[in-house]
Write a protein that binds this ligand. Structure first.
Ligand code: PLP
Length: 402
């Protein structure tokens, strides 16, 4: 059990706390599910990009799925070998593509015909051969929140099957492109296996059809998206997930690449915030805390639910309250209509499931320094990112000089 009260006292709030041992067990469970097959878990760095977290996964043997060259650099710094790094994302700049090619990463996940053209041109300029994979959009409804759904034709990710086929033929004929993989990622926080299986089937069929024209792909990249329990969701078991995927491959001898983010880190993280005071506006009860949407934006952005545990001496019955931060936006809340006992100044709230898309989506809005991050492994506590100071926030600003 983590002693949140002691941690809050020592490291102050707002504070992110990560349980690295929990991350390890999630990693092992997923890796184990694919045993008997060649597989690579490439941690989706955007879920929690702290260098110590990326390094933790690198030490377990993980690769890295990156969506900017900044994330690629993080992966290298954290010790992920170049042959385990993937560069995905719908809009890559020429500089990013150039650096990715020069770094000799495993492959670039290409998301459009135009991008494929840029990648070829840049590879040619560098006189290199670039390994690529194409992100296919199987047009399957993943049945998750629309903001985190990515596998339908009306969103910006990937290309349809026919375009993908054309692109593979183009890449195969190019002296500067080496098509090695195929990729799909239909959304995040997936809790239904059906859409994943259907997508995998569509993509596996494309692989077989390419194989008949002598384009043999090596990596079957199933993206990330495995959901976790925030409230009472029934989640997909890694074993069932792996079986569903493997069932679509039949005789295809490919390496499975999986890009989990949330699954590995969400429930390993806690966000600690202190009560400043309570206030009542008419019938409405508010608990005002020192953490805000600039620290954890998921409630504001997706109306996401996070379990909140109150650490208090209060014995009064629970009533409904909105938990709100100090930021000047009505959308600044961590919970709405949440049942909590009466709280006092300095009582601690532990916001659960905050290890994915928490700190990384943070900002400095309202000139608020971002929280410190600490990690625990085998009972040892370390600061893995210092709290931002006012000086940190203004360090890059310059006076306008005439
Ligand atoms: C965001 C993303 C992931 C990780 O998604 P999770 O839901 O956190 O597992 C993996 N691959 C790609 C291409 C992504 O964009």
């Amino acid at each position: 059990m983590i002693n949140f009260k002691d941690l809050a006292k020592e490291y102050k709030t707002p504070l992110y706390v990560y349980d690295l041992d929990y991350m390890s067990s999630q990693y092992s469970e997923l890796k184990e599910a694919f045993k008997g097959r060649k597989s690579l878990l490439a941690y989706a760095v955007k879920a929690n990009s702290n260098l110590s977290i990326v390094k933790h996964f690198a030490d377990l043997g993980s690769g890295a799925d990156c969506v900017s060259i900044g994330e690629v650099r993080r992966a290298f710094l954290a010790g992920v070998p170049h042959y385990k790094i993937i560069f995905s994302g719908v809009g890559k700049s020429d500089d990013e593509i150039r650096e990715a090619i020069e770094s000799d990463i495993l492959y670039i996940n290409v998301e459009s015909e135009a991008e494929l053209g840029r990648v070829e041109l840049i590879a040619k300029e560098l006189n290199r051969v670039c390994r690529i994979s194409i992100r296919v959009n199987p047009n399957i409804d993943p049945k998750t929140h629309p903001y985190i759904s990515t596998g339908l034709h009306d969103n910006k990710f990937g290309v349809d099957i026919n375009s993908a086929k054309r692109m593979y033929i183009f890449a195969n004929n190019s002296a500067h492109l080496d098509p090695v993989g195929i990729h799909f990622h239909i959304g995040s926080q997936l809790t239904e296996l059906g859409p994943i299986r259907e997508s995998a089937e569509i993509v596996a069929d494309l692989v077989r059809s390419l194989s008949t024209i002598k384009i043999d792909l090596k990596f079957f990249d199933i993206g990330g998206g495995l959901g976790v329990q925030y409230k009472n969701e029934v989640t997909i078991k890694p074993y069932d997930y792996a079986q569903a995927i493997l069932g679509t491959l039949n005789a295809l001898d490919m390496t499975i690449v999986c890009e989990p983010g949330r699954f590995l880190t969400a429930n390993a993280g806690y966000f600690l915030t202190k009560v400043l005071y309570e206030k009542h506006n008419g019938q409405k009860r508010f608990v005002v805390v020192d953490g805000a949407m600039n620290d954890l934006i998921r409630p504001s952005l997706y109306n996401a639910y996070h379990k909140i545990e109150a650490i208090t001496e209060s014995k009064e019955v629970e009533t409904l309250a909105d938990v709100v931060g100090p930021v000047c936006e009505s959308g600044d809340f961590l919970a709405k209509n949440y049942s909590l006992p009466k709280l006092e100044h300095n009582d601690l709230l532990v916001v659960h499931s905050a290890g994915a898309y928490g700190f990384g989506m943070g900002s400095n809005y309202n000139t608020r320094g971002r929280s410190a991050e600490i990690a625990i492994k085998g009972g040892v506590v370390k600061v893995i990112r210092k709290r931002e100071s006012f000086e940190d926030l203004i360090a890059l600003e310059r006076e306008f000089l005439n």
